[in-house]
Design a protein around this ligand. Structure first.
Ligand code: WTA
Length: 640
């Protein structure tokens, strides 16, 4: 008899992988090849970090091998010293002249239903053409190219074209506002922006070109805008500056001749901006060599990707999950990936399930917030489709609550698929704490640090703690770690490496149980997690105070059933301004326009004063405790 979810939960049941999954898993095959019998033995051996990563890196193609695996002068690591490498060569070139060239790299489905497939050879050709066009426009190694595109195939093509010639790409999520785009363009000092005439989302058109034009007021470094034709809408094209993608690639010479530039392992691949604790986003910098090695192996092992798999990472490529696991890692593994343009529940709540059925997805990787949304729509929508092609599931972005875990396990995985709950960050580049297909699962826990990763939970003094919450730290460098924050080395050192000596501070609170399983509990800092997206409270606040009616603002996260957290803003208005429902609405859309709709506060409360420390810092902790009806904790620094 099947038990209820509640009964299963109270048992804190452990979910063991099937013998078949274990036996055939990529990690097990690797262990056998290295004469390693147990997982414990693998972890022990991988503590020899240099041996471990040396073995993994050999699975990729290098123009010239490295002569040293790691140089670690805390907090700065360089990996695969003197190696010559290019991630684009591994993602594309190395499949050409092998049977893989005819394998489908992407099955893309548009929101309006169209399907476009690209083989590895097609993808290679298209990237080569754009790479040649970028070169013609004067883009050289190290130049920054901004990419502001919706979820269309030109997005991975553009990233690969940049990588190929050693240009540094900087993708900005297409849901970001013109102001947010401008700030990033100027910080990166980009020469070119690649965008589209528009994109489709929930039946509407998102105006990426119009936003770009608005963003480009006051961006002195930008010389050209490359525009993909997607919607065919009438848009303005600035003479000289704006160029149609299809026209510039038409005139490039034989595309197969665009040589991939051999780079140093440590050459920059991309900058990706993410939210931190200040109002200014941080430009996380990743490099070609170590990043490639890390993401390649984690996808291969954690999701056990095999030749016949159809992989679907639902993340937008504008975030790190899309960079690592919808573009580079699956391509390096020669995988077929699904890419979907639009909203998950458009035109009906079974859109995703129809995609899985139609394209026979075998592995699905998504976020708890999406699962909770589908839970709300109910099982009638999942039952309409045959999801039996699925063999593994994954979760990322926030802790997955056991209820969502069980729903995912039962309704999507038909109780046949293990769920890989992967903890990682933009900064870490790849999965850090995650089960493998050989790991017994505890719903709600991301299991243990992966081989080659040494993580722990420590107290305020840096002492390891078990059974209670503490700071998550990584105690050794790893190949895919961020190298710096763009143009801000000081912030890199201060933010991640100053609290505990030579340990990376992730900013998350976690608990380690007696079995060594990690349970994530949220952020330790003023970073919110709204539907799996990182937003800094300071960003929301600075957007609010830029409105003429606002004197002061404080933003906090409030628990929400679907999004995990939503934003509540407390606002002190300027004198002579009266609170009103209209003003509340206006402020919400103001933040949407200043940053992005995902950063909109859902709740606004107009107040007379805010709790502050004597030095004038807003105590968000106090606001939050009051909001949730909890004890106010230590208020000794509170002014009043
Ligand atoms: C949170 C997304 C619990 C965490 C890949 C982290 C998670 C932040 C998980 C990074 C997970 C991500 N369990 N929390 N499996 N995955 N997080 O940079 O707080 O957008 O610090 O990278 O998301 O968000 P980012």
């Amino acid at each position: 008899m099947t038990k209820t979810i509640e009964a299963l939960l109270t048992e804190t049941r452990i979910f063991n992988p099937s013998d078949k999954l274990v036996k055939e898993s990529n990690v097990k095959i690797w262990m056998n090849r290295h004469g390693i019998k147990t997982y414990e033995e693998l972890l022990e051996k991988a503590k020899n970090t240099e041996w471990f990563w040396d073995e993994i890196a050999k699975e990729l193609e290098w123009f010239k091998p490295w002569n040293r695996v790691l140089e670690w002068i805390p907090p700065h690591a360089r990996w695969f010293i003197r190696g010559e490498f290019n991630i684009a060569h591994n993602a594309l070139d190395r499949h050409i002249n092998t049977p893989r060239q005819n394998k489908t790299a992407y099955i893309w489905e548009g929101e309006r239903g169209g399907v476009r497939k690209l083989t590895y050879h097609d993808l290679y050709q298209e990237s080569n053409k754009l790479a040649a066009a970028l070169k013609n426009l004067g883009i050289k190694k190290g130049d920054r190219v901004m990419i502001y595109l919706p979820m269309i195939l030109e997005l991975p093509i553009a990233m690969l074209a940049c990588a190929k010639i050693g240009a540094v790409h900087c993708v900005v999520f297409s849901g970001f506002s013109p102001n947010a785009l401008r700030e990033r363009v100027n910080n990166a000092e980009a020469k070119i922006i690649i965008t589209a005439d528009g994109g489709y989302r929930r039946g509407k058109i998102i105006q990426t070109k119009k936003n770009t034009d608005e963003a480009l007021r006051n961006t002195p470094t930008v010389k050209n805008v490359i525009v993909v034709r997607r919607t065919g809408e009438q848009i303005e094209m600035a003479p000289e500056r704006d160029l149609w993608w299809d026209e510039i690639v038409k005139n490039t010479s034989a595309p197969s001749e665009t040589q991939t530039t051999p780079l140093s392992s440590e050459d920059e691949l991309f900058i990706l901006y993410t939210s931190g604790t200040t109002g200014k986003p941080k430009g996380v910098v990743h490099v070609h060599g170590g990043y490639a090695v890390g993401i390649y192996n984690t996808l291969k092992w954690v999701f056990d990707v095999k030749e016949k798999d159809v992989w679907w990472c639902t993340a937008d490529i504008g975030w790190v999950t899309g960079h690592s696991y919808a573009v580079y890692a699956p391509l390096m593994l020669g995988t077929t990936s699904i890419m979907y343009e639009g909203a998950p529940d458009y035109p009906s709540p079974d859109r995703w399930w129809s995609i899985i059925e139609k394209h026979k997805a075998t592995i699905l990787y998504t976020a708890p917030t999406s699962i909770r949304m589908f839970m709300k729509y109910g099982e009638e929508w999942t039952k309409k489709h045959n999801l039996s092609s699925l063999r593994l599931l994954g979760s990322v972005g926030e802790p997955i609550n056991p209820e969502a875990w069980m729903w995912y396990y039962k309704n999507i995985g038909n109780e046949q698929c293990q769920i890989m709950d992967t903890w990682w960050q933009t900064e870490t580049g790849n999965f850090m704490i995650s089960p493998l297909p050989i790991t017994p699962l505890k719903p709600g826990s991301a299991a243990k640090p992966l081989p080659g990763i040494e993580a722990d939970v420590v107290d305020e003094d840096g002492r390891p703690v078990v059974g209670k919450g503490g700071y998550l730290v990584i105690k050794k460098p790893w190949p895919a770690m961020l190298r710096t924050l763009y143009k801000d080395l000081g912030r890199y050192e201060q933010q991640y490496w100053s609290k505990f000596l030579d340990s990376y501070l992730a900013g998350d609170i976690a608990r380690k149980d007696e079995d060594g399983y990690f349970w994530f509990q949220g952020r330790a800092d003023d970073v919110l997690n709204i539907a799996g997206h990182r937003i800094g409270t300071a960003e929301v606040e600075s957007a609010l105070v830029s409105h003429p009616a606002v004197a002061e603002a404080a933003a906090i996260g409030v628990p929400d059933v679907i999004k995990g957290e939503i934003i509540k803003a407390f606002i002190i208005l300027k004198k002579e301004t009266e609170p009103s429902a209209e003003l509340e609405k206006e402020l919400k859309s103001w933040v949407g326009k200043e940053i992005s709709p995902i950063a909109k506060p859902e709740l606004i409360e107009f107040v007379e004063s805010l709790p502050k420390t004597r030095s004038g810092k807003i105590m968000r902790r106090v606001l939050k405790a009051k909001e949730l009806g909890e004890s106010l904790g230590d208020t000794s620094t509170l002014e009043e």
